[in-house]
Design a protein around this ligand. Structure first.
Ligand code: FPP
Length: 247
């Protein structure tokens, strides 16, 4: 039986988030520059998106560019921005035909104009699609997102629109850039690193974590199926005891 046949399609996560790591090391192993790895990483994005649709996953969030990534060498940052612009522009029609709605989270205003424009165009074109939501985390970091939410909440308190005592978990959730997106049930990180790296810290309070040694450009459908099967073998208790969970 192949891996996809083993997956219970009525019990797949609604939202999977992925830290796509290992492009640089993959390129180095091939004797190539880091950007070569990022280019091949786009192929894995395509595969994983297709597999997510097959598995009826509704939200796929990809950590494509972190706030910290600006600290990389200038050529790499420029190359990554260029790759993002080219990829979004080149894929938008296919995404649209496949029912994919493109969304973004992060400090979008801090991105170069060309990137912002392609993103905005693609988001408008695909805004009515319902098959799956592809969420790109761009210029994203959790600490930025939470700080931003605190500023906005503080401004509402200052203006009298909100009372400090009324601020609760839901208020904070509503001020994050993920406010229209359910929390992920599964977070995958590739390349053998066991870190969260400032990604969705608020949203992963109850998320299952899955780490694999596979480098992102090598991560294909079968690797994704394995992660989902692993997820389906776990019991999610949310702080309760086994007997309280009805399957
Ligand atoms: C991490 O590998 C990867 C990135 C910082 C960039 C990921 C971006 C892509 C795959 C392009 C995505 C495009 C779209 C449209 C979603 P790394 O460079 O940190 O690898 P290393 O840890 O081996 O150095």
């Amino acid at each position: 039986m192949n891996l996809l046949e083993q997956i219970d399609l009525n019990n797949t996560p609604e939202h999977v988030a992925i830290i796509m790591d290992g492009n640089g090391r993959w390129a180095k192993k091939q004797g190539q520059i880091r950007l070569y790895g990022h280019n091949f990483g786009v192929e894995s994005v395509r595969e994983v998106l297709k597999a997510a649709k097959e598995m009826k996953i509704k939200y796929l969030t990809l950590y494509a560019f972190s706030t910290e990534n600006w600290n990389r060498p200038k050529e790499e940052v420029e190359g990554l921005m260029d790759l993002l612009i080219r990829t979004i522009a080149g894929e938008v029609d296919e995404l649209n035909e496949g029912g994919v709605r493109l969304m973004s989270i992060g400090n979008i205003e801090g991105l170069p104009e060309g990137c912002r424009e392609e993103l905005k165009k693609a988001q408008t074109i695909t805004s009515k699609n319902k098959e799956i939501n592809l969420v790109l985390a761009l210029n994203y970091s959790s600490r930025w997102e939470i700080t931003n939410a605190v500023h906005e909440i503080a401004a509402k308190i200052e203006s009298g629109e909100l009372k400090a005592n009324d601020v609760n978990e839901l208020t904070i959730t509503n001020f994050l850039s993920t406010n229209s997106i359910p929390d992920p049930e599964l977070l995958i990180r590739t390349s053998g690193e066991h870190r969260i790296s400032n990604f969705l810290l608020w949203q992963i309070a109850y998320t299952e974590l899955y780490f694999t040694e596979v480098l992102w450009p090598d991560f294909k459908k079968e690797d994704f199926y394995k992660a989902i099967l692993d997820y389906q073998s776990r019991e999610r208790r949310f702080g309760m005891v086994s007997e309280q969970i009805t399957k």
